[in-house]
Design a protein. Structure first.
Length: 292
C-alpha cells in the first residue's frame, strides 16, 4: 500500500491542532472547490485528496491510528488483536510510513510474506467500491439517513448536514470481501449537490437576490424572505439603493460536522421599476422629479 501523507496534503505538521486541521481544510476546500474550478480535473483531484485527508485527521480515533501505523493504519485493529493472541511483548514504535522492525514483519506475514520463520497463506484485501449520491441543496442542509444499494447489498448511512458538492466520504470495510481472511475493501461515496433555483452556496455561506419594490426602497419598510430554514423578516432602510447587500449572520449553511454552527446569508436587493403606471401616477413621479 502506498503511503499517503495526509499532513502534507493539508500543508500541516504532525503537531497540528484540531483547529489547525479545520482551518487548513476550509482554506484548501475553497481553493479547489469544483464549483469554483469547472472543467478542471486537477482541482477536482486535489479536492478529493483534501477531503480524504480531512476525514482521517479530523477524526481523533482515525488520526491516532494513522500517526502510529502510517500506511497500514487501516489494519491497526488486526495488528493489535494478532499481537495479543501471540503474546508479543514488544511494543510497536511510532510508524510514519517507513517499513522495518517487528511491525513491518507482522504485515509481511499477514499479507503474504514470510514472518515468524514460516510461510503463511496469502491474505488479500477486498476491492474498493465507489458510489454516488445526488442531493438537493435542501437535503444537504439537514442531517438525514439514506439507504443505497452497493453490489447487491443495502447500506444505511447517515449524511451529516453541510456536505459539500464533490465531497467524498470513505466508509471503511464496506467494499468487497477480502480473501483468505484478508480485510474488506472500503466504500467511497461521492456527493453531488444540485444548485438551488434562488440561493447560491459558496462554502458555508449562502447568497440570494431579492426583488424590492421602489416604494419600499425609497420609504423603507419590512419585507419577508424565504430561506432554507424558513421565512425571515427584514427591515428595509429608507433610501435603499439598488444592489445594496445585507448580511444575515448565522442564516447560512451548516458547517460540516459542527452541529449548531452556520455560515451567513447575504441578501442583495434588486429594485424593480413599476410598469403600467396610470396617468395620475406618472404625474406624481413628474412632480417628484421636478421637485429635485
Amino acid at each position: 500500500m502506498t503511503f499517503v501523507d495526509y499532513y502534507k496534503i493539508l500543508g500541516l505538521e504532525k503537531t497540528a491542532t484540531p483547529k489547525d486541521i479545520k482551518n487548513a481544510y476550509r482554506k484548501l476546500a475553497r481553493k479547489f472547490h469544483p464549483d469554483l474550478n469547472p472543467n478542471n480535473a486537477d482541482a477536482k483531484a486535489n479536492f478529493q485528496k483534501i477531503n480524504e485527508a480531512n476525514e482521517v485527521l479530523s477524526d481523533t480515533a482515525k488520526r491516532k491510528k494513522y500517526d502510529q501505523y502510517g500506511e497500514n493504519w487501516l489494519h491497526a485493529d488486526e495488528y493489535e488483536k494478532q499481537k495479543q493472541q501471540q503474546g508479543q511483548s514488544t511494543s510497536s514504535r511510532n510508524f510514519s510510513g517507513q517499513s522495518g522492525g517487528d511491525f513491518s514483519d507482522f504485515f509481511e506475514s499477514m499479507f503474504g510474506g514470510q514472518g515468524g520463520g514460516r510461510a503463511r497463506q496469502p491474505k488479500f484485501r477486498g476491492e474498493d467500491y465507489s458510489s454516488e449520491i445526488h442531493l438537493e441543496l435542501l437535503d444537504a442542509y439537514k442531517t438525514h439517513k439514506r439507504t443505497l444499494n452497493v453490489n447487491g447489498q443495502s447500506i444505511r448511512i447517515t449524511i451529516p448536514a453541510g456536505i459539500e458538492n464533490g465531497q467524498i466520504i470513505k466508509i471503511s470495510g464496506h467494499g468487497g470481501a477480502g480473501s483468505n481472511g484478508g480485510p474488506n475493501g472500503d466504500l467511497y461515496i461521492t456527493f453531488s449537490v444540485a444548485n438551488h433555483s434562488r440561493i447560491k452556496r459558496l462554502g458555508n455561506n449562502l447568497f440570494t437576490t431579492i426583488d424590492l419594490d421602489i416604494y419600499t426602497a425609497i420609504l423603507g419598510g419590512e419585507i419577508t424572505i424565504d430561506t432554507l430554514d424558513g421565512k425571515v423578516k427584514l427591515k428595509v432602510k429608507p433610501e435603499t439603493q439598488n444592489g445594496t447587500k445585507v448580511n444575515l449572520k448565522g442564516k447560512g449553511f451548516p458547517v460540516y460536522k459542527n452541529e449548531g454552527i452556520f455560515g451567513d446569508l447575504q441578501v442583495t436587493y434588486s429594485i424593480k421599476t413599476p410598469t403600467n403606471l396610470t396617468d395620475k401616477q406618472k404625474e406624481l413621479f413628474e412632480e417628484l422629479r421636478d421637485s429635485q
